[in-house]
Design a binder for this molecule. Structure first.
Ligand code: AHG
Ligand code: MN
Ligand code: MN
Ligand code: MN
Length: 335
């Protein structure tokens, strides 16, 4: 690695002068990067400390929590509560909102976290990650009203994720493109290794949990059936398929080499509209994907335009290379 590659802090300072970033946003992003470093360290030492297994508790989604889900949750709460502009934190593992201000003002931040994404992969040593989304209050609000902070994804001012894979990556957008950083062992710095990430418009790689085939709706089945027919099918392409069961890893692969990721609504999750959560999975990833030139849709709407009704709501997700998302949107319209 070229050690002259700029650090995350240096990058943020240059973004500040180029794009007039708020200094408090920089403090918050630094706190998020610190949290990701700590979580990365905890995951890598998890087997020694006996921290890889499940807890006896379930979260608001009804999922059994892993010990590291709970640890990652605590790390973000502890390290991201210091910036004086953060009004509230909302995390996957906790039903309630953490209010940090009694009287939030216009411009204060709302921060959503999926503290550990893909946590079923922990026990088998596959990639997991953390996801964050930051938006800003347009006006002062009454802190006792949880619903007043439900903002559409299009109002995010920054979002990103960390992947704890063979190396630890941090990928961030502040609405000025997408930049990827790698954690450097030794210095402990995140260094800019993937500047100006762009998703190829076309791809021949898709990602879906195909074990749910019998539950899918017709447009998704149509798409999948055509993909697996390969070169002789109507798409005239030899498709490849991947599924890691970790959204961060799928999104990272798509940012690096293109592809499309689907977690649609299906007959098994129809009442909730999908599996993935709008505020801390779909919205931040949709913002990153769009900023990298890709597209993100529910099949019928742009994800970033979905008006949220609850902090833990679920949404169908189709995202990645534009050409494939466009095909899937069309199949939904035609069904
Ligand atoms: P989380 O670990 O934060 O609860 O999220 C898991 C999500 C997502 O990362 C992944 O794409 C999906 O669940 C995997 O679902 P399957 O179990 O259906 O493969
Ligand atoms: Mn979970
Ligand atoms: Mn998740
Ligand atoms: Mn999670």
């Amino acid at each position: 690695m070229n050690v002259t590659q700029i650090t995350f802090s240096e990058f943020l300072l240059s973004e500040r002068s180029q794009h007039k970033l708020d200094k408090d946003l920089i403090f918050l992003l630094e706190d998020i990067a610190t949290s990701c470093r700590i979580i990365s360290h905890q995951i890598r030492g998890g087997a020694f400390a006996g921290k890889l297994g499940a807890t006896k508790s379930t979260n608001v989604q009804g999922e059994t929590q892993k010990q590291l889900d709970v640890i990652a949750n605590e790390v973000f709460v502890r390290h991201c509560s210091n910036c004086g502009r953060v009004a509230a934190l909302v995390l996957e593992e906790v039903d309630e909102i953490y209010w940090l201000k009694d009287k939030p003002e216009a411009g204060d931040y709302l921060v959503y976290f999926d503290p550990l994404d893909g946590s079923s992969n922990l026990d088998v040593n596959l990639s997991v990650g953390s996801i964050f989304s930051i938006s800003q209050l347009p006006t002062a609000i009454d802190a006792t009203d949880d619903r007043s902070i439900l903002r559409a994804g299009s109002e995010q001012i920054s979002a990103g994720y960390s992947v704890y894979g063979p190396s630890t990556s941090l990928v961030v957008t502040t609405g000025n493109g997408v930049n990827g950083f790698t954690h450097q062992q030794g210095t402990g710095e995140f260094r800019l290794t993937f500047p100006d990430m762009l998703i190829p418009e076309t791809t021949a790689e898709f990602a879906i949990n195909a074990s749910r085939y019998s539950l899918w709706h017709p447009p998704v089945r149509r798409y999948f059936d055509e993909c697996i027919r390969g070169k002789d099918g109507p798409r005239n392409k030899a498709f490849n398929m991947r599924w890691t069961a970790s959204m961060v890893a799928e999104v990272h692969r798509i940012l690096i080499r293109g592809g499309v990721f689907l977690y649609p609504s299906d007959a098994g999750n129809i009442s909730s509209g999908g599996k993935l959560r709008l505020m801390y999975e779909a919205n931040p990833m949709a913002f990153v994907i769009e900023q990298a030139g890709g597209a993100a849709s529910t099949g019928t709407n742009r994800i970033l335009d979905v008006q949220p009704t609850s902090h833990h709501q679920r949404v169908p997700v189709i995202l990645g290379s534009k050409e494939e998302v466009t095909v899937l949107d069309r199949y939904h319209r035609e069904s």
